[in-house]
Write a protein that binds this ligand. Structure first.
Ligand SMILES: NC(=O)C1=CN([C@@H]2O[C@H](COP(=O)(O)OP(=O)(O)OC[C@H]3O[C@@H](n4cnc5c(N)ncnc54)[C@H](OP(=O)(O)O)[C@@H]3O)[C@@H](O)[C@H]2O)C=CC1
Ligand SMILES: C[C@H]1O[C@H](OP(=O)(O)OP(=O)(O)OC[C@H]2O[C@@H](n3cnc4c(=O)[nH]c(N)nc43)[C@H](O)[C@@H]2O)[C@@H](O)[C@@H](O)C1=O
Length: 321
């Protein structure tokens, strides 16, 4: 039985990020009254002692791990060590502390890139570790696989409610719009917007445009987390996505239309394509009772509206070696 109730104390690690902030809003809207969070400057989750002290002083009933070193294809390939090591440090500290201090529920967020590059589509949870990973993000993927396995091991050995959710590519309010480190969707919104403002100049996009990606609006992802808080899920690993995908070229044309840009699109073949396709099989979480609501076009319009309101003060994610 699920031991969590509306007054349970819930610590959202990464509560200022795109996903963490959406989870905070969704839990509040669902009636949860005792949410806590710390910024990375208040609590560096790479520091094991600091994490242990914080959890000992707060005694949360639930930890949601939405803190990570996150970035798009270029950031992942240029900073392999940070994507591997920082993510291992953050998640190991949170998972091990949660286990040792008897936190009742732990929700780990991974990513669809944990699955093999050429796994059969749509990707089922049980194709994990059946083949090689996509090279542009294998470092990040290895960290995330380790997190999934750590939660699975704790669940198996100690029968605890530690569960992993694997989101597909996410987008929405509070996304990262920095053109070097962002994912494709926010990058396209910014590029087409700025090109339109500059008199419909050409927009340069990366790769060939042929890879396929699935996109989930962040508020739908947050509802999946609320679902995992509200229910004791019977298995350790669940994919979270829409179950449909588009080519990067189709995404570009949709965003170009939403923004009303009328210039050319140039494809920069020097930039990587990444994995050809990573469509999620989401039947397990759907079967348990969760489903997405926001279609891609609607989500793009919402995100563009958010961008227009906030782009003067957007966060700039800088990575240093
Ligand atoms: N964005 C996407 O497309 C996808 C994301 N995910 C997963 O979802 C989760 C959230 O991602 P998203 O919201 O997009 O990422 P963001 O970059 O928006 O947020 C990440 C958060 O992690 C926190 N953080 C990073 N390093 C540290 C640290 N050393 N100590 C404390 N906090 C730290 C940051 O805190 P602060 O702001 O205080 O610095 C930030 O709030 C991640 O696990 C990611 O892997 C999975 C699939 C796709
Ligand atoms: C969520 C997921 O995100 C990452 O994987 P990815 O899906 O390959 O990342 P992406 O969103 O950055 O790119 C998707 C596609 O889009 C193309 N593309 C075109 N033009 C731009 C462009 O302007 N910017 C970016 N970033 N990509 C572009 C790009 O070449 C690629 O073909 C993982 O590293 C990993 O972190 C992970 O789990």
């Amino acid at each position: 039985m699920n031991s969590i109730h509306k007054q349970s104390k819930i610590y959202i690690a990464g509560h200022r990020g795109m996903v963490g902030s959406a989870v905070w809003r969704a839990l509040e809207a669902d009636g949860y009254t005792n949410l806590i969070g710390k910024t990375s400057s208040e609590l560096d989750l790479r520091n094991q002692d600091a994490v242990s002290e914080f959890i000992a002083s707060e005694h949360p009933n639930v930890i949601i791990d939405a803190a990570a070193r996150v970035g798009g294809i270029l950031a992942n390939s240029e900073f392999p060590y940070q994507f591997l090591m920082e993510n291992l440090q953050i998640q190991n500290n949170l998972i091990d502390t949660a286990h040792k201090q008897n936190v009742e529920k732990f929700i780990f967020l991974g990513s669809s890139c944990i699955y093999p590059k050429l796994a059969p589509q749509p990707l089922k949870e049980d194709c994990l570790l059946t083949d090689s990973l996509e090279p542009t993000n294998e470092w990040y993927a290895i960290a995330k696989i380790t997190g999934v396995k750590a939660c699975e091991a704790i669940r198996k050995q100690y029968n605890k409610d530690f569960v992993s959710l694997m989101p597909t590519n996410l987008y929405g309010s509070f996304d990262n719009f920095d053109l070097n480190t962002s994912h494709v969707l926010p990058a396209m919104l910014r590029k087409f917007h700025e090109a339109k403002e500059n008199g419909n100049t050409p927009v340069t996009l990366w790769g060939s445009g042929t890879p396929m990606r699935e996109f989930l609006y962040v508020d739908d992802m947050a509802q999946a987390v609320v679902f995992a808080v509200n229910n004791k899920l019977p298995e350790h690993l669940y994919n979270v996505g829409t179950g449909t995908d588009v080519t990067i070229k189709e995404l570009a044309e949709t965003i170009q239309n939403v923004i009303g840009h009328q210039g050319d699109i140039i494809w920069d073949s020097e930039k990587p394509d990444g994995t050809p396709r990573k469509l999620m099989d989401v039947s397990k979480l759907k079967g348990a009772g969760w489903k997405y609501e926001i279609e891609l076009l609607q989500g793009i319009k919402k995100t563009y509206a958010w961008f227009l309101e906030h782009h003067a003060s957007l966060k700039q994610v800088k990575l240093s070696k």
